[in-house]
Write a protein that binds this ligand. Structure first.
Ligand code: NAD
Length: 287
C-alpha cells in the first residue's frame, strides 16, 4: 500500500516512521519539517497525495485540515482513502468527509490518545469514525501505529469520543492537582496521599499513570520539570472543541466549562510550553 503522510510534527513524524519500519512505502510532506525516518520527501501536499492508496493527515486544527483537503482531494485517485488523525472540530471533520466522499474517496476520522510517547512506541489508541468497509481497509495501519482501535460509528464519531475523553482528562487533572494542593496545606505527605488515592475511589489516570506531583508514582512530565508530554495549550484546544460541540448539541457541562476556564487562565498566566499537569505548581504559587 502506498501512503502519503501530511503533517510531520511531534506526532506525525514518529507515526509515519513506524509505518516505514513495518514495510509501507511512505511519502511525507510538512510545511515546516523535512521528511525523515525513511520517508520519501514530497514537494507539496498534492505531491504527497497523488497516486497514493491512502493519505494520512496529522495537523494542528480544522483550518489546516480544510486547507490540506482542498489541496489534495481533487488530485487523489478515486477509491483511495483519506484518514485524518488530527484532533479537530466535529463540523470540520464532517465537512471534509462530505467533500472526500463527493470526490469518490473513502474518509475516516481517527484522532488518537497516548501522546508523543504513544506515537513513538506505536501504542496509540485510535478513535475511529467512518464506514465499516473503509475502517476494515485501514485496520492494518492502525495496528501498526497503535495498540487499540475502536470503531465508534459514522464520520465525526471519532472526534466526538476524543473530546469527551479529554473533557474527563482535563477535569480529573485539575481535581488531582487541587487535592495535592489541599493535602500540602493540611500537612499530609504527598507519597502517602498517592498510596491511598491510587488504590481508593479517587484513583484516575491523572493520579495513577501521570501523577502531577514530582517523585511520586510512575515517571511523568512532573519528573522532568513539566516539559510536555501533553501541553497545556493542547488541553485548552481540546476543551474549547468540547465546549463548542456541547453548545451545538444543547449540553451544559458545568465542570467541563470550569476546566476550560481554568486552562484558559493557566495558559495566559504561566502555562505556555508546559505540560498540562503543571497546574499543580501554578496552584501552589497562585495562593
Ligand atoms: P505539531 O504542531 O507538532 O505538528 C503539526 C504539524 O503540521 C507541524 O509540523 C506543522 O508544520 C504541520 N502543518 C501545519 N499546517 C500544515 C499544512 N497546511 N500542510 C502541511 N503541514 C502542515 O502537533 P502535534 O503535537 O504533532 O499534534 C498533531 C495533532 O495531534 C493535533 O491535532 C493535536 O491536537 C493531536 N494530538 C496531539 C497529541 C500530543 O501529545 N502532541 C496527543 C494527541 C493528539
Amino acid at each position: 500500500m502506498k501512503i502519503g503522510f501530511i503533517g510531520l510534527g511531534q506526532m506525525g513524524a514518529p507515526m509515519a516512521a513506524n509505518l516505514v519500519t513495518a514495510g509501507f512505502e511512505v511519502t511525507g510532506f510538512d510545511v515546516v519539517t523535512a521528511a525523515s525516518g525513511g520517508l520519501r520527501q514530497a514537494s507539496s501536499a498534492k505531491d504527497a497525495a497523488q497516486g497514493m492508496d491512502c493519505v494520512i493527515t496529522m495537523l494542528p486544527d480544522g483550518n489546516a485540515l480544510q486547507q490540506v483537503a482542498n489541496a489534495i482531494i481533487p488530485h487523489m485517485t478515486k477509491g483511495a482513502l483519506l484518514i485524518d488523525c488530527s484532533t479537530v472540530d466535529v463540523a470540520a471533520t464532517r465537512a471534509t468527509g462530505d467533500q472526500a466522499i463527493a470526490a469518490g474517496l473513502g474518509y475516516i476520522d481517527a484522532p488518537v490518545s497516548g501522546g508523543i510517547t504513544g506515537a513513538i512506541n506505536a501504542t496509540l489508541t485510535f478513535m475511529i469514525g467512518g464506514k465499516g468497509e473503509d475502517v476494515s481497509r485501514a485496520m492494518t495501519l492502525f495496528e501498526t501505529m497503535g495498540k487499540k482501535a475502536v470503531h465508534c460509528g459514522d464520520i465525526g464519531s471519532g472526534q466526538s469520543a476524543k473530546i469527551c475523553n479529554n473533557m474527563i482528562l482535563g477535569a480529573t487533572m485539575i481535581a488531582t492537582c487541587e487535592a495535592f494542593d489541599l493535602a500540602d496545606r493540611l500537612g499530609l505527605d504527598r507519597g502517602k496521599m498517592f498510596d491511598v488515592v491510587s488504590t481508593s475511589s479517587g484513583y484516575s489516570w491523572s493520579m495513577n499513570a501521570y501523577c502531577p506531583a514530582p517523585g511520586i508514582g510512575p515517571d511523568s512530565p512532573a519528573d522532568h520539570d513539566y516539559r510536555p508530554g501533553f501541553s497545556a495549550e493542547l488541553m485548552l484546544k481540546d476543551l474549547s472543541l468540547a465546549m463548542a460541540a456541547a453548545e451545538n448539541a444543547g449540553a451544559n457541562p458545568k465542570i467541563g466549562k470550569t476546566a476550560k476556564m481554568i486552562y484558559d487562565t493557566f495558559v495566559q498566566e504561566n502555562g505556555k510550553g508546559k505540560d498540562f499537569s503543571a497546574i499543580l505548581p501554578w496552584l501552589k504559587s497562585s495562593g
